[in-house]
Design a protein around this ligand. Structure first.
Ligand SMILES: [Zn+2]
Length: 184
């Protein structure tokens, strides 16, 4: 899908509203559904490349069924971030697949596979965000063709866009990255 306004050789701008480090994996997981560019990185052929690059977890052992389950998990986590009705109940049902144990470094996956490790990492971050109220700061851009997940650091928690100039620069950068990936 072609979009207008892509920089021909511009610098890739940093995401202007990242989350605190312990929530960044959650924010990036939600943004694997890139609605601006119409790319779902968990359902696309670049998933094995995209995920280690953006989230930093190994994925080489995850099979097709595992990716499908992770995509469903992502959809449900995204619905929780969007504060949709009954989203938490739907997520709880999906999360039953990924039991947790308490270990020396906190909550960890009870299962020893990459799919469970990724799901657990995301769910533990979501749990932390719910516990201390930061979930409310994790928002989806209100521009309908963007819906990028960002972390709102504004004083009164009322930011509506993923970037201050409604979406302009950061969206171009994201499109640019996607195009480079498609070309490469
Ligand atoms: Zn936006």
């Amino acid at each position: 899908m072609a979009r207008a306004g892509l920089p021909e050789n511009g610098e890739v701008a940093p995401d202007p509203r990242p989350a605190p480090p312990d929530l960044e994996v959650l924010r990036r997981f939600v943004n694997s559904d890139n609605r601006f560019y119409g790319v779902d990185h968990l359902r696309g052929e670049d998933r094995g490349r995209w995920f280690p690059e953006v989230v930093g977890l190994p994925v080489d052992d995850i099979d097709d069924a595992g990716w499908r389950r992770l995509a469903v998990l992502r959809d449900r986590v995204r619905a929780v971030v969007a504060d949709e009705d009954d989203a938490m109940a739907a997520l709880a049902e999906t999360a039953q697949r990924y039991p947790l144990v308490l270990g020396p470094s906190g909550l960890a996956s009870a299962r020893d596979d990459q799919e469970s490790a990724m799901a657990t990492t995301v769910l533990v971050a979501l749990h932390a965000a719910i516990q201390d109220g930061r979930l409310a700061r994790l928002r989806l851009c209100q521009r309908p063709d963007c819906q990028w997940c960002y972390y709102d650091t504004s004083k009164n928690g009322s930011a509506r866009w993923c970037s201050s100039d409604p979406c302009g620069d950061v969206m171009k950068a994201r499109a640019y990255r996607s195009r480079q990936r498609a070309a490469g």
